[in-house]
Design a protein around this ligand. Structure first.
Ligand SMILES: Nc1ncnc2c1ncn2[C@@H]1O[C@H](COP(=O)(O)OP(=O)(O)OP(=O)(O)O)[C@@H](O)[C@H]1O
Ligand SMILES: [Mg+2]
Length: 264
């Protein structure tokens, strides 16, 4: 494995018609850590993630994943990159014609033909446990609740044991207990397997709990980027407004929680 950042974004620009969505975004996503991407609705977070998996090409700039320039690589190279990553789409993107378990199994069939049917089934059962849905293999996808769909999507994103996992809103629509369990799962996979996570989230408390690094997008630009502590303490008015008024963080070098200044 190389030491380079698994994902390098270099001056990424994207517009849809007259709408400029990404207006020169550059940063590197550090290996083995969790990077949270935050920002208001419609600011290009999901579009950015789709660039990383190669579903959207930039108009200009580079999206380099595991050393492969996704916009200019051939089909085989893009496939090789996709084999090493897992993605949870914001809307789940499950196939309604497949059962919950078959949805989770799908990327194993696609990327791991060496596995036997029994091995695939073991892997699926293992991740169903991880997302706290044991025994749900045969459940028809249209019969899943919103939170169950989300968790099946999560299970599908990690079933291939990817090195890089992209989660678009993993906690939305989940109750607080399940949401905490998902945050714990992210922490566990990161610690035990060294997985690199990129997580888009509106859940500020969850962000603070899981993120090592935070990138904030606003109107197509990266307005804040750094470690969790750097960004949560930043004076930037947009960052302050977005992170909200009730954030309690420990002061550096002390155990006392300190309330951040209010703005807005
Ligand atoms: N394929 C597309 N064609 C045209 N416009 C698009 C396309 N995909 C996204 N957009 C537009 O790009 C903008 C950014 O969308 P995106 O989904 O990245 O927002 P987001 O930051 O993920 O928002 P949210 O927090 O609501 O999920 C939106 O205005 C959206 O309508
Ligand atoms: Mg989105």
């Amino acid at each position: 494995m190389d030491d380079e950042a698994p994902v390098r974004l270099v001056d990424v620009r994207k517009r849809f018609g007259d709408l400029v969505v990404l207006d020169g975004v550059s940063f590197d996503i550090p290996r083995g850590a969790t990077t949270a991407i935050i920002g208001p609705s419609g600011t290009g977070k999901s579009v950015l993630l789709k660039h990383i998996v190669g579903l959207i090409q930039p108009d200009a700039g580079q999206v380099v994943v595991f050393g492969t320039d996704m916009a200019h690589a051939g089909e085989r190279s893009v496939y090789a990159v996709r084999k090493r990553l897992g993605m949870l789409f914001q809307d789940g993107a499950l196939f309604d014609s497949l059962s919950a378990g078959e949805n989770i199994e799908f990327p194993l069939r696609q990327h791991h033909p060496e596995l036997s049917a029994a091995e695939r089934r073991d892997r699926v059962d293992e991740v169903l446990q991880m997302v706290e849905l044991p025994g749900l293999y045969d459940r028809p996808t249209p019969a899943l609740s919103g939170g169950q769909r989300k968790r099946v999507g999560l299970a599908r994103a990690i079933v291939t044991r990817p090195e890089l996992v992209l989660f678009d809103e993993p906690n939305s629509g989940l109750d607080p207990m399940t949401s905490d369990a998902i945050d714990a799962l992210i922490g566990h996979l990161k610690e035990t397997l060294g997985v690199t996570f990129v997580v888009i989230t509106h859940d500020i408390v969850g962000t603070i709990n899981v993120a090592d690094h935070i990138a904030m997008l606003y109107q197509g630009k990266l307005v804040a980027w750094g470690t969790r502590d750097e960004v949560t303490r930043a004076d930037h008015p947009i960052v302050r407004r977005f992170l909200g008024r009730n954030l309690v963080l420990p002061e550096p070098g002390s155990d006392d929680p300190a309330r951040l200044p209010k703005i807005g």
